[in-house]
Ligand binder design. Sequence first.
Ligand code: APR
Ligand code: ZN
Ligand code: ZN
Length: 389
Amino acid sequence: MADPALSTTRIRAGVLDRPGVPVRIETLELDPPGPGEVRVRMAAAGVCHSDLHVRDGEWEREGPIVLGHEGSAFVEALGDGVAGAFPGLRVGGLVALSWLIPCGACRACRGGRVWSCSASPSYTHRMPSGRAATHRPAGGGGEARGGDVLTYCAIGTFADRQNVPAAAAIPVPDGTPAEVAALIGCCVTTGVGAATKTAEVQSGSSVEVIGLGGVGLSCVIGAALAGARQIVAVDRVAAKLDLARAVGATDGLIAGPDPAETLAAIRDLTDGGPDTCFEAIGLTATIELAIACLPTGGTAVLVGMTPFGVRASFEPFPFVDGGRRILGSNYGSADPAADFPRYAALHLAGRLPAERLITSRIGLEGIEDAFAAMRRGEGVRAIVEFEAG
Ligand code: APR
Ligand code: ZN
Ligand code: ZN
C-alpha cells in the first residue's frame, strides 16, 4: 500500500476567503509533498496579531488562504531531494516552523541577513516551485480538483496537516514542548531577538516595553536574558503587567488615555527615560511615545507592525543633537536555522519562560473567538491544539 503521508490527504483548515470575513473551518485536499517540500502533522499553532491584521484587511492578501504562521509540527514525509539537502530532518521529529523561508540566494541571504530575504516563498504564500499544495475538493462539475487555496507565509499553520518548504522546518532539541516550539516560530523569536539581536540590550541598562502581547512579553524575556537592570512594562490592560513581572519585568505601568501622562510617568520611573524602548503594538500614538521618551543616546526599537500606509512623526532636532536612534526590527533579526534551536535550548535550561505566554488552548473552531479576545487586549497566546492521528 502507498504510504499515506505521500498521497493526497484530506485536511481540516482555517481558511480566510477574503479580508474582512470570518475564518471558516473547511475540509481541503493536500497534495503529496513535491520536491523540496516536507509533509508535516501540525502539533500546535499560536494565534498572532499578524493573522488578525490579515483577517481584518489591514494587510491586503490574496485569498482564499489558510491562515496561521506560528506553529510546530511532526515530520511525516520528505519530498524528493530533501533528505540530502536537510540531513537534520527525520520522519517523526518535531520541528518549529519558520514564517520566513530564506531563498538562500538573494543579496540579503548572501549577506547573512536572512530575516530580510526578498525572494522568499513566504511572500507568495506558495511552495518554492510556485504551486499551491492545498485546494478545495472538486465540485460536481467533473473537474479533477477544486480551486487552489494559498497557505499564509507558505506554512499555513491553522491546519492539521500541511506541506511546507523544507527550509521552513527547523528541528528543535529533544524534549522541547510542542507549544513552546510553536511560539518560537513567531512571537518568541520576534521579541527575544529584538532585544538580544537587533538592539543588543546591554547588561545593567534600562528598558521599557510598550504593549505586552506575545511579542512584547518576549521583548521582556529577551531584555531579562540580556541582563537589563530595569525593565518597565507598559500596557493598557492591568492583567498584562502581572504577566510581565512573572517573566522578568521590574516595574509595570498602565497606559491611560493621555499619552502626556504616560510619558511623564515613564520618565519618572526611568530617571529621565529608558536606554532602550520597544514598541510592540504597531500604533501611531505608542510609536510616537516610544520615540518621545528617549533620553540622550537612547534607542527606540519599532517591533509592532502597523497597518499599511500608517505614518508617525517626531522632532528631528533632539535626535541629531542627542544622538538618539530609531531601529526597525523584523522577526528579531532572526536566522531561524541557528536561532530556533538556541531559543529552545534556553527554554530547556529554564532561562526562557515561553510557556507563560500561553493563556488559552483552543481547537480550530475557536480561532474567531481568539481574534475577538485579541481585539479587546484579553489573554496573550491562544494555542490551537491538534489531535494526534
Ligand atoms: N497602549 C498600551 N497598550 C496597548 C494599547 C495602547 N494604546 N493598545 C493595545 N495595547 C496592548 C494590548 O492590550 C496587548 O496587550 O498591546 C498588546 C498587543 O498584543 P497582541 O494584540 O497580543 O499582539 P502581538 O501578537 O503581541 O503582536 C504585536 O507585533 O508582530 C507584530 O503584527 C504584530 O503588530 C503586532 C505586534
Ligand atoms: Zn506572528
Ligand atoms: Zn533570500
